[in-house]
Design a binder for this molecule. Structure first.
Ligand SMILES: Cc1ncc(COP(=O)(O)O)c(C=O)c1O
Length: 484
C-alpha cells in the first residue's frame, strides 16, 4: 500500500520517516542510475510513435494512489529518454542546458523544508542566502552596489520585469507613446515580454544588423530620431551579449553611449553569453556589459543550473523596488535593511530559487565555474577551426563566445534553396548518428547550421565526435548532390 494508514485515516497525508526514506532511496537510485547512463544515451531520444504515446498518456485524475516504483519505472525507462537529451554531453543544439547535481539536492531541500521566502521576515537567513547569490552575480558582472536583482523562472521573465521597470520609470502612465528598440537578431522573447509589459508590437522597432549579425548603431540612431520627430518617446534599447542564432555580441559600448545620450534605458540580454563575463580573461569579449542599466542572466544556461533559473540585475535597484513594492495589512511591514524578494519582484508566495545557486556555488566554488566556462569557449574555438576546414563548409560566424554558425555550399548546390536544404539535412543527419545533437536557424534568407558549446558535461572528446560526424555527413551530402 502506498500509505500505511490509508485504510483507516485517508485524510492523513503525512508519511512515516521509514516511508519517506524508502521513497527517497528509490528516487535517488533511479536518478543516479539515469545520470550514470547519460553518456550511453543517444543525443536525441527515440521519437518513433511519440504522438501515439502522448495520446495514450491522457487520463482522468487518479482516484486512488499508486505505488511509487510503478510511477518511476515508465518515467525513467520510457518518458524521460524520449526527449532531447539536453543534459547530455553531446547536446550542442539551441543553447545547452545542464542541470548540476548539487542544484537538484538544493531543490529537494527547498521543497521539503518548504519555507516561505516571499518576505524577509518569514525566513530571514534563507532570504539572505538568496541575496548573497544575487550579489555574487552583481560582482561578476561588475555592476555597482546600488544594484538589486531578482531570480526569475528564466530569461523571458527577466526581460518582462526589465521592460516593466524601464517603462514605469521613463514613461509613467503614458505607455502608448513609448518606443523600444531591438535588432533583427534579438531573442523573440523580448517582443513577447514587451507586449506583456504593455508595449504593443507596433511600438517595437527592429533594427538591421551588420555582416556579423550585430545591431547597426547608425540604423538605431536614425530610428530613435525618426520616432522623436514623430512625437513618440523612445525609452528602451536592447543589446544582446551573444545572440541565439549566431552568437553575435552587439556593440554594447556604442549602444550604451547612444542610450546615455538619448536618455534610453539600455538592457543587455546576457541570457546565453552573460556568464562568460565571470571569467576575467574573457571580459574583453563583452566590452561595455557592466554599463547596462539592466541585465538578463540565465543561470540555467551559463551556470549549468536546472531549468527554471533566470536572473535580472537592475543598476538602479530602487527603480526595481518602485515597480514591485507594495504593502498589505495582513503582512509584516516592509523593512529596508535586508533584501526582500516580494519588494523586488512580482511573486509573493514563491519557491526558493536562490538555494540551488547558493548551494551549488558554495559546493564547487567560483574557480571551478570559471574553468568550466573558459573550457567551453576554448572548445568552441577549436571546433570552429576544424569545421571550417571541412570541404563545402562556409563559416557564417566564428565564435564570439562559444557558438558558431555555418552553411554548406558546392557547385552542385547552386541555389540558396539547395544550400539551405543541404544545411538543414546536415544538422538532422549528424543528430541521427546519436553522438551529438545540432540545430540550425533561419537567419534572413539563409538557413545556418550552428554549434553551441555550453553543457558542463561537454568535453574535448564530444567536440571531436562533432567534427567527425559533420565531416562524414557533409561529405556524403555533397557526393549525393554531385551525383544528381
Ligand atoms: C539570447 C537569449 N535570450 C533570451 C532567451 C530566453 O530565455 P529563457 O528561455 O530562459 O526564457 C534565450 C533562450 O534561449 C536566449 O538564448
Amino acid at each position: 500500500m502506498p500509505h500505511e494508514n490509508a485504510q483507516d485515516d485517508i485524510a492523513n497525508l503525512e508519511l512515516s520517516p521509514a516511508e519517506m526514506r524508502a521513497m527517497g532511496d528509490a528516487v535517488m537510485a533511479r536518478a543516479v542510475a539515469h545520470l550514470a547512463a547519460l553518456p550511453a544515451m543517444p543525443s536525441r531520444g527515440d521519437y518513433t510513435g511519440i504522438e501515439a504515446l502522448c495520446r495514450s498518456l491522457r487520463e482522468p485524475a487518479p482516484e486512488q494512489g499508486s505505488e511509487l516504483p510503478s510511477l518511476l519505472e515508465p518515467l525513467f525507462e520510457d518518458w524521460i529518454p524520449r526527449s532531447f537529451n539536453a543534459p547530455g554531453a553531446g547536446y550542442l543544439a539551441y543553447i545547452p542546458g545542464g542541470g548540476v547535481f548539487p542544484a537538484a539536492l538544493a531543490d529537494f531541500i527547498a521543497d521539503t523544508s518548504n519555507r516561505f521566502t516571499g518576505v524577509w521576515q518569514a525566513a530571514p537567513a534563507l532570504v539572505q542566502l538568496e541575496a548573497n547569490a544575487l550579489d555574487w552575480l552583481r560582482d561578476w558582472m561588475q555592476f555597482p552596489t546600488t544594484t538589486r536583482g531578482l531570480f526569475t523562472t528564466g530569461g523571458s521573465m527577466a526581460m518582462f520585469n526589465a521592460i516593466a521597470c524601464a517603462r514605469e520609470k521613463l514613461l509613467g502612465d503614458d505607455i502608448r507613446s513609448g518606443t523600444l528598440y531591438v535588432s533583427s537578431q534579438t531573442h523573440h522573447c523580448v517582443t513577447k515580454a514587451a507586449k506583456l509589459a504593455g508595449i504593443a508590437h507596433d511600438r517595437v522597432r527592429v533594427i538591421a544588423v551588420d555582416g556579423q549579425f550585430r545591431m547597426r548603431i547608425n540604423a538605431l540612431a536614425k530610428a530613435v530620431a525618426a520616432d522623436r520627430a514623430a512625437g513618440l518617446r523612445p525609452f528602451m534599447v536592447f543589446s544582446t551579449a551573444g545572440t541565439t542564432n549566431t552568437g553575435a555580441v552587439d556593440p554594447i559600448d556604442a549602444i550604451a553611449d547612444l542610450a546615455a545620450d538619448q536618455g534610453l534605458w539600455h538592457h543587455v540580454d546576457g541570457a546565453y553569453g552573460g556568464f562568460f563575463h565571470m571569467v576575467p580573461g574573457l571580459r574583453p569579449l563583452l566590452p561595455g556589459l557592466p554599463r547596462a542599466d539592466s541585465l538578463t542572466l540565465d543561470p540555467h544556461k551559463g551556470l549549468f543550473m536546472p531549468y527554471g533559473t533566470g536572473a535580472l540585475l537592475v543598476r538602479d535597484g530602487e527603480a526595481l523596488r518602485a515597480l514591485h513594492s507594495s504593502t498589505a495589512g495582513y503582512l509584516p511591514q516592509n523593512q529596508n535593511e535586508f533584501y526582500d524578494p516580494a519588494q523586488y519582484g512580482p511573486d509573493l508566495s514563491r519557491g526558493f530559487p536562490g538555494l540551488r545557486i547558493w548551494l551549488t556555488l558554495k559546493y564547487y566554488g567560483a574557480a571551478r565555474y570559471r574553468a568550466a566556462l573558459a573550457e567551453k569557449r576554448e572548445l568552441a574555438v577549436w571546433t570552429a577551426e576544424q569545421v571550417a576546414l571541412i570541404p563545402g563548409v562556409v563559416m557564417d560566424a566564428m565564435p564570439q563566445l562559444s557558438l558558431f554558425a555555418f552553411h554548406l555550399e558546392s557547385p552542385a548546390l547552386a541555389t540558396l534553396e539547395a544550400q539551405n536544404a543541404a544545411t538543414q539535412a546536415l544538422m538532422e543527419r549528424v543528430t541521427r548518428r546519436g553522438r551529438v545533437m545540432l540545430s540550425g536557424a533561419q537567419v534572413g534568407e539563409r538557413y545556418v547550421g550552428r554549434v553551441c558549446v555550453l553543457g558542463f558535461r561537454t568535453r574535448r572528446a564530444h567536440m571531436q565526435a562533432c567534427v567527425e560526424d559533420l565531416a562524414a555527413e557533409a561529405g556524403q551530402l555533397l557526393a549525393e548532390a554531385a551525383s544528381h
